[in-house]
Design a binder for this molecule. Sequence first.
Ligand SMILES: *[C@@H]1O[C@H](CO)[C@@H](O)[C@H](O)[C@H]1NC(C)=O
Ligand SMILES: *[C@@H]1O[C@H](CO)[C@@H](O)[C@H](O)[C@H]1NC(C)=O
Ligand SMILES: *[C@@H]1O[C@H](CO)[C@@H](O)[C@H](O)[C@H]1NC(C)=O
Ligand SMILES: *[C@@H]1O[C@H](CO)[C@@H](O)[C@H](O)[C@H]1NC(C)=O
Ligand SMILES: *[C@@H]1O[C@H](CO)[C@@H](O)[C@H](O)[C@H]1NC(C)=O
Length: 290
Amino acid sequence: MAFYSSSYPILLFSFVVTNSFIVAFAGNFNKDVDITWGDGRGKILNNGKLLTLSLDKASGSGFQSKNEYLYGKFDMQLKLVPNNSAGTVTAYYLKSPGSTWDEIDFEFLGNLSGDPYIVHTNVYTQGKGDREQQFYLWFDPTADFHTYSILWNPGQIIFYVDGKPIREFKNLEALGVAYPKNQTMRMYASLWNADDWATRGGLVKTDWSQAPFTASFRNFDAKACIWFNGSSSCSSNSTKNNQWFSQELDSSGQKKLKWVQQNYMVYNYCTDTKRFPQGLTQECTVTNKN
Ligand SMILES: *[C@@H]1O[C@H](CO)[C@@H](O)[C@H](O)[C@H]1NC(C)=O
Ligand SMILES: *[C@@H]1O[C@H](CO)[C@@H](O)[C@H](O)[C@H]1NC(C)=O
Ligand SMILES: *[C@@H]1O[C@H](CO)[C@@H](O)[C@H](O)[C@H]1NC(C)=O
Ligand SMILES: *[C@@H]1O[C@H](CO)[C@@H](O)[C@H](O)[C@H]1NC(C)=O
Ligand SMILES: *[C@@H]1O[C@H](CO)[C@@H](O)[C@H](O)[C@H]1NC(C)=O
């Protein structure tokens, strides 16, 4: 077999080196996270490259990052619960502990087969949320893995789907709007039953005859300031020069954000005057409007 002729070992060697570099870069769930609940329903597979969460009538499941972060760019690839996922919610978010916590949320609200998922986003600062924005997607999120990213730096929080910005939350402390900046967060993910509200506002219930429901995760990548023993891995200047630390939307990014918001936005708290008759919150009057 000519394929195994003696001229190949060198090629093979360079492939192995390149490949192991990519694997190291992509992260390893065995090293990066702990499965924290679900009694065996969360599983790390393929030597740490794949993580699956499942949900049945008795329980959902979830995991969290071993590290705590103060700022970062967090990428995760998800393949959502296929077919009839109505009533289920797959969540991927950052959160700090305590009663005045900060939180940055992606939640994926399931639906009947063929009906669209909703991507539900929220930002909590010092325990205050009520900042929901929801979107449909421009692809079937159950057919393949797609990349969902949270950028969190001192200037803004940006939610991305496959590199396209879908939401921006600017630091408007100058206007008196609290911004997450002094509480470290972990990354969390979970799959749970929320059929009291998730699908068509709770009208469509989970069909337990379809259980177990399974969502898959891979390629978690945190380019982030890791908080350890009272100090940040970003205290050295070299890390602060990282691109993500000052990343913001340029005019082409703003255009993409508009495209998503004009074509795929389902709900925006910043335009819901019925819900907030006493007036929209401060950040809505200067930004985040559709
Ligand atoms: C789910 O849908 C896929 C096609 O999208 C199909 O191949 C598969 O059999 C379905 N599974 C169930 C359990 O219905
Ligand atoms: C974070 O900042 C807020 C307001 O700036 C303050 O109320 C809170 O106590 C701070 N928390 C910590 C842990 O420093
Ligand atoms: C589910 O499908 C219905 C009908 O197309 C749609 O109104 C709804 O927004 C979809 N998503 C969720 C999560 O309810
Ligand atoms: C944590 O920091 C303290 C001093 O700030 C130091 O004495 C201690 O050894 C550190 N612990 C670890 C595990 O690095
Ligand atoms: C690090 O940054 C500080 C200010 O942020 C600056 O004063 C200092 O010169 C920088 N050090 C290096 C080695 O660049």
